[in-house]
Design a binder for this molecule. Structure first.
Ligand code: ADP
Ligand code: ZN
Length: 817
């Protein structure tokens, strides 16, 4: 019988706490259950992650730090063992607080709210009696209320006085011993939704029917054609009051029970019968490999490299079917919320109610119900965005990660984790098959396929042999030379837009702009300014007019002339989509133009309306950022123009070329999805950049071969493990000195020089929401050593009094912004 429990709490601390279990709880508690524990002055729902019958030896003298827990919330653990396992891995690998990771793995709103209850004491009674008749103090009013009500919430007393004086008085009275305040467990915010249903329990005998009223008889009649009705449904049908129904229930003739009602996120979708294709030869051989692996019930990872429209999703669906046949369950991760309806409708049309959908834009109740259906084993296929990786699936057989290269798999704030990498580890731990699918695999994954960690599968042809769009590059240096001044659109792109419109076809114009930083470019030669140490583009800081490297802090004054060609055509890039939309409307007044970017997508209805209008041909052109390049299938789009690809190419990020290659390839997949050929025009000041050339030729392998050499030469992933440490705070001096101190400790811990440490430097977003930010980078060929060094340094500065909440350690950061 366990006496002690390790408890992970959902707050930002890097440890679990040891609690002594009260007698009553000991026989019931299991790993993965929630339990109420005191933490500081408050009470919190924590997760039991370890159980002991004796005090763990290593505890030594810390015995008096043990606290006693309160009530057990779950007798059936809320976390399956698989979820404890994978969240533990995430916590260890990404240096995230375990309790926060577990919380992220569960649907929001399911933990009980902690309520405060105020009670009068014996001394309180005495005090009340001692107070005179005409006393009208707040104290007396409170005591009187408490006398009449056994346990009150603070809200129940709120009518007596303004909040601050009420709080002050309550505190004083508590100190005097007149009242006590304890915390108790209230209800969870989200629960199973129920409705009351009526069934016939004991139909009355003939002779007793006569004794019933008219109304009561009509109620009984209602059950001739159905066995179950809701209370309001029944009273409407029999045109009686609810009290008539109740009277029959009292007699034992009817039975009223609560029944769970499912909140179904699919409730307003219509499903079409799925087409039953004959697989192509390529699909068949790919599927054979996957099915063979599924049958072994052992871990295998596949990289499925297939151009857009090559039938990857069809392969996923067949693999899922096989998984169900083998008695196991499947999970599919997709990168964007906007894409889940597309895929989930498709899955739902194949697998019906077996499919559960997990993503954050569902309502809380829907999320809870979908999660519950998976936990009960009612739904055996889960589709969702990155946190769906923690779905409580039992007997996991297949994990699909679609568009595995997408950076949105990475959670960008605490707890940090990569949904893709966590999915792979989960598959490994649960002996499942994992398929990473992409038209443009991440460099890391392709590298893993090359070195045999993943098995490589390819779908090289589009279904129906539809050609990929022809992509070509427009050299903006020449355009500039011809016009003598900068142009947003080349003549070639403008003509293409007009011709497309004249043929009654549609176009998409993209602006490749991520992040907030600006950079410097020479319009004459296309030169950008590089860091001499890091080989990334320097970022322009307008306020100080300097160029900075955000990796190593190299700085130089912003140039007046181009360091490469000596001309004075330096300019600072950074135009937004709004400006572009304006310019396009001016230039092409006859076209219906709509814009899509982060602002529009934040409003889901508006976003959906634009996409719908566009697909119906009511809009001629969409303008937007890279998110337009993904997923959507518009058969009438025959032209895609990329107005400025350079902002993405020149970003201060070692993945800049990879991201640009991916973008162009995806875009080429968008144009010409129907029966007409598509065209892609890319405007750039870097016409010979290898990412652009290989993307135009749709040659992934050539791009990979060139990019991997760059990564190797400059020691970037996949050749090293990378961590970034962000130090932030409102006091600039403090942030800087903490960052410098951290650097000293990192150097100390790095005695054997197995890590390379860079920085501190101001982060690319040097100030965010009033917080100053400094960044350090740690690189190492030894992932283990990297963590040893980082952990030692963090521990050391914590001991010096630096608050670890002002420091974010990010392992495998996906974006260097
Ligand atoms: P991807 O996921 O690689 O983009 P999909 O699986 O969505 O490709 O397939 C592209 C299109 O081709 C879809 O409309 C799909 O229904 C269709 N399709 C897939 N496989 C076949 C097949 N074997 N025969 C005919 N059509 C197919
Ligand atoms: Zn540098």
């Amino acid at each position: 019988m366990p006496i002690y429990a390790d408890v992970a709490v959902p707050v930002h601390v890097y440890q679990t706490f040891l609690y002594e279990l009260p007698e009553a709880v000991r026989p019931l508690v299991q790993l993965g259950a929630r339990i109420l524990v005191p933490l500081g002055k408050s009470l919190i729902a924590g997760y039991v992650v370890g159980l002991h019958t004796q005090l763990p030896e290593e505890l030594g003298t810390k015995v008096d730090e043990i606290k006693v827990t309160g009530a057990l919330i779950d007798e059936i653990p809320i976390c399956r063992q698989e979820i404890l396992q994978i969240t533990k891995w995430v916590a260890d690998y990404y240096a995230s607080p375990w309790g926060e990771v577990i919380k992220a793995a569960l649907p929001p709103g399911i933990s009980p709210i902690i309520e405060e209850r105020i009670r009068i004491t014996g001394d309180g009674h005495a005090r009340l009696e001692a107070l005179t008749e005409d006393d009208s103090s707040l104290q007396k009013q409170i005591l009187k209320e408490l006398l009449h009500n056994d346990a009150m919430s603070r809200a129940g007393l709120a009518h007596l006085a303004p909040e601050t004086s009420l709080n002050r008085t309550l505190r004083e009275m508590e100190q005097q011993g007149w009242l006590v305040r304890d915390k108790t467990q209230g209800d969870a915010q989200v629960k199973t939704k129920t409705r009351r249903v009526v069934q016939l329990q004991h139909p009355p005998a003939e002779e007793s029917i006569e004794k019933l009223t008219e109304g009561q008889r009509r109620v009984l009649d209602a059950f001739r054609s159905t066995s179950k009705l809701t209370v309001p449904g029944l009273s409407a049908l029999a045109s009686v009051n609810v009290s008539t129904v109740m009277s029959l229930a009292k007699k034992g003739i009817l039975k009223i029970t609560n029944e769970a009602v499912r909140r179904d996120p699919f409730s307003d979708s219509a499903f079409t019968k799925p087409a039953d294709y004959r697989l192509t030869n390529q699909q068949t051989s790919v599927l054979e490999r996957i099915e063979a692996s599924l049958s072994t019930k052992e871990y295998t990872a596949f990289l499925l490299h297939g151009v857009t429209g090559s039938g990857k999703t069809e392969v996923y669906i067949r693999a899922m079917r096989k998984t169900l046949e083998l008695g196991r369950s499947a999970m599919m991760l997709v990168p964007e919320i906007a894409l889940t309806p597309v895929f989930s409708n498709r899955l739902r049309s194949h697998f019906g109610d077996q499919v559960a959908i997990f993503h954050s834009s569902l309502q809380r109740g829907e999320r809870f119900d979908e999660w519950t259906r998976v936990r009960n084993g009612e739904a055996r296929i889960v589709i969702g965005t990155r946190s769906a990786v923690f779905a409580p699936i039992a007997n996991l057989g297949l994990v699909v990660v679609d568009e595995e290269h997408e950076s949105s798999y990475r959670q960008q704030d605490s707890p940090y984790y990569s949904g893709r990498d966590t999915a792979i580890v989960r598959a490994q731990k649960e002996s499942a098959t994992v398929i990473l699918g992409s038209a443009t695999p991440s460099l890391e994954s392709f590298h893993n396929a090359r070195n045999g960690k993943y098995e490589y599968l390819q779908l090289s042809e589009r279904i129906g042999a539809r050609p990929m769009a022809a992509a070509s590059i427009i050299d903006m240096r020449k355009v500039f030379a011809e016009h003598g001044k900068p142009q947003v659109f080349s003549d070639e792109l403008a003509e293409a837009i007009e011709q497309t419109h004249a043929r009654g076809e549609q176009s998409i114009i993209l602006l490749n702009r991520r992040g907030y930083s600006s950079f410097v470019l020479c319009r004459s030669c296309g030169e950008t300014i590089q860091c001499p140490n890091c080989d990334v583009t320097l970022t322009y800081h307008r306020a100080e007019r300097v160029m900075l490297c955000h990796y190593c802090n190299h700085s130089e004054p912003a140039p007046g002339t181009c360091p490469a060609c000596g001309k004075k055509y330096i300019y600072y890039v950074g135009e937004g989509t709004e400006k572009l939309e304006e310019l396009l409307k001016e230039r092409f007044p006859a076209l219906g133009i709509a814009r899509i970017d982060r602002d529009t997508t934040a409003r889901r209805r508006r976003f959906e309306k634009i996409l719908l209008d566009f697909s119906r041909g009511q809009i001629d052109m969409l303008v937007g950022t890279q998110m337009l390049a993904k997923g959507h299938d518009f058969p009438n789009v025959t032209l895609v123009g990329v107005v400025s690809v350079d902002a993405g190419l020149a970003l201060a990020d070692f993945r800049a070329a990879e991201r640009t290659f991916q973008l162009i390839t995806q875009v080429a997949g968008r144009a010409g999805r129907g029966d007409r050929p598509g065209r892609v025009l890319i405007q750039t000041y870097h016409p010979y950049h290898y990412a652009l050339r290989h993307a135009c030729a749709q040659d992934y392998e050539k791009f990979y071969d060139e990019e991997i050499v760059y990564r190797q030469n400059h020691s970037y992933p996949p050749f090293v493990a990378l961590a970034s440490v962000l130090v932030h705070g409102s006091d600039l001096g403090r942030v800087r000195s903490d960052a410098l101190e951290l650097r000293r400790e990192l150097d100390k811990a790095n005695g054997d020089r197995l890590c390379r440490i860079l920085g501190p430097a101001p982060a690319p977003l040097a100030r965010l929401k009033g917080q100053h930010r400094f960044q350090l980078l740690i690189k190492s060929r030894s992932r283990r050593q990297l963590r040893v060094v980082a952990d030692a340094a963090l521990k050391a500065i914590a001991e010096q009094g630096v608050n670890l909440r002002s420091i974010n350690l990010e392992i495998d950061p996906i974006s260097m912004m």
